[in-house]
Design a protein around this ligand. Structure first.
Ligand SMILES: [Zn+2]
Length: 314
């Protein structure tokens, strides 16, 4: 049976997480750093909530109903995307992800490209993304040695609704005071360059991966908010696309339907407001912070209410 399946997320607590996901986005618990809204991998799986498949993990559902993935998503050996809500109360480590070629040759895994949509932020908050200017690997290595890398990094002050597309190889960090919707290629490969001299819960500094990070860092990378965003129609914006994922934002007060074809599933996350989502005659209500999964081939999906929804698909 096809219906919009609400997903119960996998929650992760890390030292840098804040209280907003629990206080304002309907997540359980106190401090929640990451809420994995659409996850189907070894580190965690979302669980379907309600309807015929209530209680089933997304991993088990997709194994039993592979057609729900869609023809494009089924081309990958594993579920291609991971969607998270991330509440950064303090800065995340400065990191870089390798591209597929490097990752497959050296780690036997895929690399990672990711995209952030700013759900809310405090005044003056932002992220590091690429460098202020082209730097050399030697300069970068020296700055890491001296603990001065943040002086080289491009700090982008953000506002609600900003979108940043982080290609693999781009050195980046989400900084404190920002709550983002993140969609990423489903990979855990992260090389940490700098952690502000902090120590983890065990009193020890977290591991850095300087040599590999220097190999994969694109030292010419400068990126600007919104450079990939395209208006598709009234109330519909393409936020970013790559072979692994496509993200589209809907303002449901201006756009009341879309199509979920047999090419890919769609997962809709409500980042503001409230609306109902109807597929194949079945409806669910999404409040701020909720996500539903719509199987590929569902056809027309309609929205009623006033919300900002972000669609993740392949
Ligand atoms: Zn990252």
């Amino acid at each position: 049976m096809i219906y919009p399946m609400k997903l119960k997320p996998v929650l992760k607590s890390y030292i840098w997480g804040g209280e907003k996901l629990a206080a304002k986005y309907g997540k359980d618990g106190g401090s929640v750093a990451e809420s994995w809204e659409v996850a189907a991998n070894a580190s965690g799986s979302s669980v379907i909530s309600g309807g015929e498949y209530d209680g089933m993990t997304l991993v088990d559902f997709l194994a039993a109903h592979p057609e729900a993935l869609g023809t494009e998503a089924a081309k990958f050996e594993f579920f291609p995307v991971l969607v998270k809500l991330i509440d950064a109360a303090s800065d995340l480590s400065v990191q870089v992800h390798p591209d597929d070629a490097y990752a497959l040759a050296n780690e036997g895994q895929y690399g990672k490209t990711e995209m952030w949509y700013v759900v809310e932020c405090e005044p003056g908050a932002g992220m590091y993304c690429g460098f202020k200017r082209k730097v050399t690997k030697e300069e970068l290595a020296e700055a890491l040695n001296n603990g001065t890398i943040t002086e080289l990094l491009n700090f982008i002050e953000v506002k609600k609704g900003d979108c940043l597309f982080i290609k693999s190889g781009t050195v980046h960090a989400i900084c404190g005071g920002v709550l983002v919707y993140e969609i990423q290629q489903n990979s855990t490969l992260t090389y940490r360059l700098y952690d502000y001299g902090r120590v983890g819960a065990d009193g020890k500094p977290r591991e850095l991966h300087i040599a590999k990070a220097l190999e994969v860092a694109d030292t010419s990378a400068v990126c600007r908010p919104g450079e990939d965003v395209k208006q598709l129609s009234d109330g519909v914006e393409l936020l970013g696309a790559c072979p692994y994922f496509t993200a589209v934002a809907y303002d449901t007060s201006r756009c009341t339907s879309t199509e979920v074809t047999d090419r890919s599933f769609s997962a809709f996350t409500c980042v503001d407001g409230e609306c109902s989502v109807t597929a194949a005659g079945n409806a669910c209500t999404l409040r701020r912070g909720d996500t539903c999964f719509v199987p590929a081939g569902a056809g027309e999906v309609s929205f009623a209410g006033k919300a900002t929804l972000i669609e993740a698909k392949v």
